[in-house]
Design a protein around this ligand. Structure first.
Ligand code: TA6
Length: 300
């Protein structure tokens, strides 16, 4: 194995590159380009806003109405949800990690042509309601996109009870044309029906109304089949026991100020994490790593 760039295999893919740019609203972002793909990552929330393979449409959905502002979540891409999922009384929606500017610790153009970028969540006053914890996030770009979110309980005496989720928005041709598989027979909490616990019977799943489901105790891979785009998106994961499937449909889309009224037609969220009954309980010094690998292949 070449131990440095000068000894690289001449047949290896070209080295990846990282470019620092001013993104929307002049917020700092990185553009990562490899032989296979490009990705965009904002320091705000360590938020991946785009991943696109050279011969495919973008993999991720970004709302045209998204805000890019301090203290506001970016709408679309891959929100990093930590240390809680969902609404918390007086604390807001989906934690504070996605609202902070993460510290860029290093980026590594590897000999295999991939690029890994490592971020660290800075100390935050909001975390005073939790035992001391640290979070690191590594984004690896190649022909796939791999995300690794590690949370560590830095407290010497308290248990850290928290939730984590990579809340990925996928770009699709039309919500009525796609199907989602990999969730058959699983138990889920139906947030559209007041969190009623149900069992997934339909497989593959078709979406024709608002869907907001937290599937429990599942470690499996989920696939999104999009015949009109001619592609299959595969969501693989490790260190995750919950999968969330969400589409806001018409009414909720109209109620979201940072989301277009018709944008529900071109997106679906398949989110991977540990939420609700699958939430994390880390002993002092304990850590948990949530890994998600996103890939896509042409439909045969
Ligand atoms: O994960 C689904 C969900 O919890 C929905 O209930 C809806 O509130 C959505 O997240 C909001 O996501 P956003 O990225 O707009 O914060």
């Amino acid at each position: 194995m070449a131990n440095n760039i000068s000894e690289r295999n001449p047949n290896a893919p070209s080295l990846g590159r990282v470019t620092f740019l001013d993104g929307q609203n002049e917020m700092p972002m990185l553009e990562v380009s490899t032989a296979w793909s490009t990705a965009e990552i904002y320091l705000h929330g360590a938020h991946v806003t785009q991943f696109k393979k050279k011969d495919e449409p973008p993999l991720l959905f970004m709302s045209q109405c998204s805000r890019f502002a301090e203290g506001q979540p970016i709408q679309g891409g891959i929100p990093v949800i930590l240390p809680w999922f969902g609404q918390r009384e007086g604390l807001g929606m989906h934690g504070f990690a996605r609202l902070k500017s993460w510290d860029l610790k290093e980026f590594i153009p590897a000999a295999d042509g991939s690029v890994s970028v490592r971020f660290r969540l800075p100390e935050a006053p909001e975390s005073s309601t939790f035992p001391l914890f640290s979070a690191e996030y590594i984004v690896t770009v190649k022909e796939t996109l791999t995300l690794q979110l590690t949370i560590t309980n830095s407290s010497s005496k308290e248990e850290l009870v928290c939730e984590d989720c990579l809340h990925t928005y996928f770009a699709i041709s039309d919500i009525t044309a796609i199907s989602v598989s990999g969730l058959k027979n699983l138990s889920y909490l139906d947030k559209v029906a007041n969190f009623t616990r149900k069992t997934q019977v339909e497989d593959p799943i078709r979406i024709a109304s608002e869907v907001d489901r937290v599937y429990l105790d599942t470690t499996g891979t989920v696939e999104i089949v999009d015949p009109r785009l001619g592609r299959r998106i595969v969501v693989g994961k490790q260190g995750s026991r919950s999968t969330v499937l969400w589409n806001p449909w018409i009414t909720k889309s109209q109620q979201m100020s940072d989301f277009g009224d018709e944008e529900y037609e071109r997106m679906v969220c398949v989110e991977s994490g540990n939420v609700g009954p699958n939430g994390l309980k880390l002993p002092p010094g304990g850590s948990s790593t949530l890994t998600v690998e996103l890939s896509s292949t042409p439909l045969a």
